[in-house]
Write a protein that binds this ligand. Structure first.
Ligand code: RIB
Length: 307
């Protein structure tokens, strides 16, 4: 089974504040509990995949500081191979300031720190990790040249590269040609294609644009509505599971981490997306990014999940 997963992406320390509602510009409000969690889209996807049984290596850059050292220890405890994690003295570990409101929605601002210093040279030096990969997964919280390099690498070495284009940014057309799969949410799909994704029909239109650019498979996540899938052998909506949302932070990351595990295990597209939707649904019932990523038993037995 082709199952080695390499995640290339960001690692942040998340500073999370609960509040009933988001403040308006210029307004001070009194909030509730404050938490410090491990986060970063790359790290969240790596942890989600490892908790669900994936064989995961993580390539990222953190600062040569306490947050960076804690993060590396934490990833090792999660069973992730950390040989590809670099500590850089030029910038601090990335930090995300996150506010979560009473409906479980969030606002996130990221200070990229060392994530912004992850370079193509770093990725070339990690070739001993990439060469053993069957699946590569990356996001847009690290510099674009890294994504461009990975796309060309995936073509050259026949690796399956998944891009979760978050946070959304315009991409050079050549990046699309190396993608086995792209997994935007509605707003990311709109920024990248110009199509406002509101239903199955518009999701289909956006997916067609990605495919015309050379992407092999497209999954557009639709929040609580599930995901639109346009992949080899399956096309249509996969419904999500209904849960009471406490914190939606990293639901997309958990979806992507679970999805790559399911694909690496050889599940078909429909079953893989159902598995990923379940994992994401469980994650929103708990606070935090990596703290909310489920283990396997939770998504197979949890009773909160109903269609
Ligand atoms: O997707 C959620 C993540 O976005 C948070 O963990 C935060 O670090 C930002 O990267």
């Amino acid at each position: 089974m082709a199952n080695k997963i390499v995640v290339i992406g960001s690692s942040n320390t998340d500073m999370v504040l609960k509040t009933e509602r988001f403040p308006k510009p210029g307004e001070t409000i009194l909030g509730g509990d404050f938490f410090v969690f491990q986060g970063g889209k790359g790290a969240n996807q790596a942890v989600a995949a490892a908790r669900l049984g994936g064989d995961v290596s993580f390539i990222c850059k953190v600062g040569n500081d306490a947050f960076g050292s804690e993060a590396i220890q934490h990833y090792a405890k999660e069973g992730i191979e950390t040989e590809g994690i670099l500590q850089d003295g030029q910038a601090p570990t990335g930090v995300a300031v996150i506010t979560v409101n009473g409906q479980g929605e969030n606002c996130i601002v990221v200070a990229s720190g060392a994530n912004a210093l992850l370079s193509v040279k770093d990725i070339e030096n990690a070739d001993f990790i990439l060469e053993n990969a069957d699946w590569l997964i990356t996001q847009l919280e690290t510099p674009l040249p890294v994504v461009e390099y990975l796309s060309a690498y995936a073509v050259g070495y026949k690796k399956k590269l998944i891009l979760n284009p978050a946070p959304a940014a315009q991409l050079p057309t050549t990046v699309y040609e190396g993608l086995f799969l792209i997994t935007p949410n509605e707003s990311e799909a709109e920024l990248l294609t110009g199509i406002e994704v509101t239903n199955e029909e518009t999701a289909k239109e956006a997916a067609a644009i990605f495919k015309a650019r050379g992407v092999q498979n497209v999954i557009i996540t639709l929040g609580s509505k599930g995901a639109y899938v346009d992949c080899e052998g399956y096309e249509g909506i996969v419904a999500s599971f209904q849960v009471k949302a406490i914190d939606t932070t990293a639901a997309g990351d958990v979806f992507n981490g679970a999805l790559v595990v399911a694909l690496a295990e050889g599940k078909g597209w429909h079953d893989a997306v159902v598995f990923a939707c379940k994992a994401a649904s469980v994650s929103v019932t708990k606070m935090g990014a990596q703290t909310s990523a489920p283990v396997r038993d939770e998504i197979e037995t949890t009773e909160v999940l109903t269609r």
